[in-house]
Design a binder for this molecule. Structure first.
Ligand code: AMP
Length: 412
């Protein structure tokens, strides 16, 4: 038997219902926020991720699905979408003639060669929003509220864990302080951190191996290097989140795994679970990828993690408008015809195509939480009649077959 590759999964049954429901809530939130959909390729030139996500980020150094195509081009299955959206913004000049904020959302598959576990897959789905053209903290607050509202609308209580990496001056001063501090201790660092020391020392803050050691406990703290401007900006964001009644906490351990973040960074968490999503500002990325100077901010949510957070909730059961019960071939032909008419009018209807007992068909209708049952029998059909039962009120009436659409129009 051929099995699915490690770290991938099939989605069906309750999970599929839940997945579609999450997508629906996301799309609704995007509509009311006037955010446009954007779709970019599943694979991109390898350089794109190396130059954007960064040479010291795990998703490029250890986890990327790199391959060469038949013409020997170096390609990578996308590990995240921000780099692709920025590439598209530049390539299609989506930034031109627009003085207001440009907002896009994406929803699609990402690939990372990670060690699989609960909420950690090699193929997974991210939904994200990216906003360009605004350096205003108002945009950060607005974007954060979209992720927060989606999780809340799904019934997930979440908190935003918030930090700031400061402005350029902050990062230069802090980078120098870290370099100075770790200079004498290079031998005590894990191999990854030794590498990070040269490539991007800020990534050391993300280390899972060395964190907790005395050396790490005593290292200089980013918050002591924040400039007045960076502190003011961070305080402004916090007051805007208060205004929007968004639950947040300050967490200076949040640095995010990608090199392109420049200022505000955050994660969405629910209880002790793995982060459901995260994001931040990346004001230099468009420029670094040879575009104009365009400030940007955004976040991504992982749908598998959102599904895990929803696992215990019983809110998702399938529901249809009607189930047509039929036994003989004649009844089934009529059921097919009536079902088609109702579906053309926008009602969700199901019937049983195969020869099974009425008892089994009742069970099928119950499983689908059918609001109405339609009974057909040859005798009634000859007179042009059908019986409709309200499955909630348990009332029943016989109506003319030609009035069936009107019946649903009046009652549903
Ligand atoms: P990142 O792009 O690393 O900031 O991740 C954003 C969100 O994507 C995370 O908070 C997770 O919800 C989700 N995510 C990242 N990596 C994985 C993975 N390997 N499997 C499942 N979800 C993931």
């Amino acid at each position: 038997m051929i099995k699915k590759p490690k770290g991938t999964y099939d989605i069906y049954g309750q999970d599929a219902i839940m997945y579609n429901y999450i997508e629906e809530v996301i799309k609704n939130e995007m509509n009311i926020n006037n955010v446009n959909y954007i779709r970019t390729p599943l694979f991109e030139s390898r350089d794109l991720f190396h130059r954007s996500v960064g040479l010291s980020a795990d998703i490029v150094t250890k986890e990327s699905y790199d391959f060469t195509d038949r013409a020997n081009r170096n390609l990578t299955l996308r590990p995240e979408a921000t780099a692709s959206i920025v590439r598209s913004l530049i390539e299609n000049k989506l930034y031109s003639n627009n003085s207001n904020v440009i907002k896009y959302y994406y929803l699609g598959t990402m690939y990372r060669y990670e060690r699989p576990g609960a909420g950690r897959n090699r193929e997974f789905t991210q939904f994200g929003v990216e906003a360009f053209n605004s350096a205003s903290v108002i945009t950060d607050a607005n974007i954060i509220s979209m992720g927060y509202n989606i999780l809340n609308n799904l019934g997930i209580e979440c908190t935003v864990y918030l930090n700031t990496l400061g402005d350029e001056e902050t990062r230069i001063n802090y980078t120098n302080a870290l370099k100075e501090y770790f200079k004498e201790h290079l031998d005590e660092l894990c191999p990854d951190c030794k590498n990070r020391y040269d490539k991007n020392i800020l990534r050391i803050l993300d280390c899972k191996v060395d964190s907790g050691s005395e050396l790490f406990e005593n290292m200089p703290k980013l918050k002591d290097y924040l400039t007045i401007d960076a502190t003011n900006k961070f305080n402004e964001l916090k007051s805007l989140l208060n205004l929007l009644e968004i639950d947040y906490v300050y967490d200076d351990t949040i640095v995010r795994g990608l090199d392109y973040y420049t200022d505000i960074v955050y994660e969405f968490k629910s209880g002790d679970s793995l982060a459901l999503g995260g994001g931040g500002r990346y004001d230099k990325l468009v420029e670094n990828l040879e575009g104009p100077s365009v400030p940007a901010t955004g976040f991504a949510l992982g749908l598998e993690r959102v599904m895990l957070a929803l696992k215990d909730k019983e809110l998702l059961s399938k529901e249809i408008d009607a189930f047509i019960l039929s036994i003989s071939k004649e009844e089934k032909y009529n059921a097919l015809k009536i079902m088609n008419i109702l579906k053309l009018n926008g009602y969700s209807v199901e019937m049983c195509d195969t020869d099974v007992s009425l008892k089994s068909q009742f069970k099928m209708a119950d499983k689908l939480n059918s609001k109405y049952l339609i009974f057909l029998n040859d005798e009634d059909l000859n007179k042009g009649l059908v019986t409709i039962k309200d499955n909630v009120l348990k009332t029943e009436e016989k109506i003319d077959e030609s009035e069936i659409t009107d019946y649903f129009y009046d009652n549903l």
